[in-house]
Design a protein around this ligand. Structure first.
Ligand SMILES: Cc1cc2nc3c(=O)[nH]c(=O)nc-3n(C[C@H](O)[C@H](O)[C@H](O)COP(=O)(O)OP(=O)(O)OC[C@H]3O[C@@H](n4cnc5c(N)ncnc54)[C@H](O)[C@@H]3O)c2cc1C
Length: 547
């Protein structure tokens, strides 16, 4: 529903620059890994949360500054309530219940397959799944550096939604508006496809199709949200697919300071790691070989009679097709450093909330929830009644560096907690149980791509920015058709076969990201504080980002 917001940079989804007024979104120990020692002081916690309540904003503004600060102070970071079992990183909270999986065997040596898929996230696994379902005798291997579900697929916010990243107008310029609308409808159908397949395969991923609610908490956000709904109605959402809802809409969801909300039925809440683990098991049952602890260092195209190859320390895998499904990690592959920017997104999850607190909040429909800020948040009520909320973090590390274990800086944790406390003041003294981060892949034009080059035998899918949970399924089915040489409705979708230029070299990449990110945060602060329309800082950020 959000379209191309750049702050999808560090969160999920994007918002279209063409949108009027719119600017657009190793495994390790963990306990206390960062930011150790944050004693919870109940009165400080209350004061901080209260200070964010709209009714008090005006009173406090004169003496305390604006509602949204650029940075949390050390005192604020210390004041965040943490549970005794607080963990930071360790891949993600989503692995606490199922546990980190025992790793499958690594590639034993050189091998030969029909299709070799690099990366065992949703993209690679869906691709393997649909290939094997379509052609059971196909020899398919998945090579995974860590374990299947280690990347964003095991860490995300659990929004199985019909959103996709990228400028609709840009895609329409090349393929026509009808093609973009077809892509949007295919995304909606993919939400149901994931749910149906999970059920058919016996994957219990805590899925509830409760839809998606977006809230506006200041006048500028309200104007954007209204505009966004109008905009979506032009691009494949019919009136029943997304609409504004009144206060008191059932099932109730009490978000503090919400001026307005929109709703779309095309979304489900999932437990991301359970989906990834279940999907990997289903793929294996179909006869796909998954090799873990197997890092691919280079992917080489077909040259003459020599078939494409995925190179690993343990040997080379030759195949008719090699598919790259490495998303935010793509920059670690030889020759791919500037292809997709690895952008971080961070999350926190609370301890389970008390029944009394849930009575106040409602959220019985379990819809996924987001706001209309530029540095927006995304949230879900988990199956065990916690609030998981994500969005802000350190958006990009110099030189495309990555923190593979998911450790999250205290500053990012503090910012997320401030959002939580602002939207749900009644939950502000519920301890934070876990914080983690992951990487998204961001192409230079912010639009995802599915591609297969018959000459080289190489294919790939990704660059979903922050909206890959559903898109990876659609990409997997599209790759199946491309690999099997079937021209289909899917292979005609406008995200297929696009070529996109790479990112600028450092330090431009880093400076640009910092500037854009800073501008969006400034815009949010100004919108919450003084302006009733989308801040010019956000417009500037969108222009600089080139979305
Ligand atoms: C914190 C966070 C929240 C998000 N929330 C949402 C959300 O709510 N909804 C939504 O739609 N999207 C969300 N996203 C984005 C979504 O999770 C991703 O777009 C999606 O999971 C991408 O799947 P993938 O398989 O393409 O990539 P990944 O899941 O990242 O998988 C790539 C895999 O490739 C492996 N790999 C990397 N390099 C190599 C190599 N050289 N050799 C072998 N293997 C390699 C990795 O270990 C990894 O397992 C979020 C992302 C993050 C980080």
């Amino acid at each position: 529903m959000r379209t191309d917001n750049l702050i999808g940079v560090q969160a999920r989804t994007p918002r279209s620059p063409e949108q009027p007024g719119g600017t657009a979104h190793p495994v390790g120990p963990v306990r206390g890994a960062t930011g150790s020692g944050w004693p919870a002081d109940a009165s400080t916690v209350r004061a901080l949360a209260d200070a964010d309540q709209p009714a008090l904003i005006r009173q406090h503004r004169a003496v305390r500054g604006p509602e949204m600060k650029l940075f949390a102070s050390a005192a604020e970071m210390r004041a965040i309530p943490r549970s005794a079992e607080f963990r930071n990183g360790g891949v993600s909270f989503w692995y606490r219940e199922p546990g980190l999986p025992e790793r499958r065997a690594a590639l034993p040596g050189a091998a030969d397959y029909d299709v070799c898929i690099v990366g065992g996230g949703y993209t690679g696994l869906w691709c393997a799944y649909y290939l094997k379902r379509a052609q059971p005798d196909l020899r398919v291997a998945v090579l995974e550096r860590e374990f299947a579900g280690f990347g964003a697929s095991g860490r995300n916010g659990g929004w199985l939604s019909a959103e996709f990243a990228g400028s609709r107008r840009r895609l329409a310029e090349a393929h026509g508006k009808g093609a973009v609308i077809a892509l949007q409808r295919a995304m909606m159908a993919s939400v149901d496809e994931v749910i149906a397949t999970a059920e058919a395969e016996g994957i219990d991923a805590d899925i509830v199709k409760g839809g998606m609610r977006m809230v506006a908490t200041n006048p500028a956000q309200r104007a954007r949200l209204e505009e966004e709904v109008r905009y979506l109605h032009e691009w494949g959402y019919w009136p029943e697919d997304v609409f504004m809802i009144e206060h008191g809409h059932e099932p109730r969801l009490q978000v503090d300071g919400a001026l307005l909300a929109s709703y779309s039925p095309h979304a489900a809440r999932i437990q991301p790691a359970k989906l990834a683990l279940g999907l990997a098991a289903a793929v294996e049952r179909l006869g796909v070989d998954i090799f873990e602890d197997t890092a691919v260092t280079e992917i080489r195209p077909r040259v003459g009679e020599r078939r494409p190859v995925a190179v690993t320390a343990g040997g080379e895998v030759r195949a008719d097709h090699v598919i790259r499904a490495t998303e935010g990690f793509t920059s670690t592959l030889q020759g791919r450093r500037r292809e997709w920017l690895p952008m971080n997104s961070s999350m926190i999850v609370t301890e389970p909330l008390a029944e009394e607190t849930w009575k106040h909040i409602g959220w019985e429909g379990r819809e996924v929830l987001g706001d209309a800020a530029h540095a927006y948040c995304y949230a879900q009520r988990t199956a065990d009644d916690r609030i998981a909320i994500g969005g802000r973090g350190v958006p990009y590390r110099f030189g495309s560096r990555q923190d593979a274990g998911g450790g999250t800086p205290p500053q990012a944790i503090a910012e997320l907690w401030r959002v939580l406390a602002r939207l749900f003041p009644v939950a502000s003294d519920v301890p934070v149980a876990h914080a983690w981060s992951g990487v998204l892949g961001v192409p230079r034009d912010w639009c995802p791509t599915v591609h297969l080059d018959p000459e080289t035998g190489l294919g790939w899918a990704g660059g979903y920015v922050g909206s890959g949970v559903t898109a990876a399924n659609l990409a997997g089915r599209t790759l199946r058709d491309l690999v099997l040489g079937h021209r289909s409705e899917l292979t005609r979708l406008p995200w297929v076969g696009r070529s996109v230029r790479g990112w600028e070299p450092e330090p431009l990449r880093w400076v640009g990201t910092q500037v854009v990110y800073g501008l969006y945060r400034t815009a949010d602060r100004r919108e919450s504080d003084r302006v009733c329309h989308t801040s010019r800082f956000a417009d500037l950020a969108t222009r600089i980002s080139g979305r």
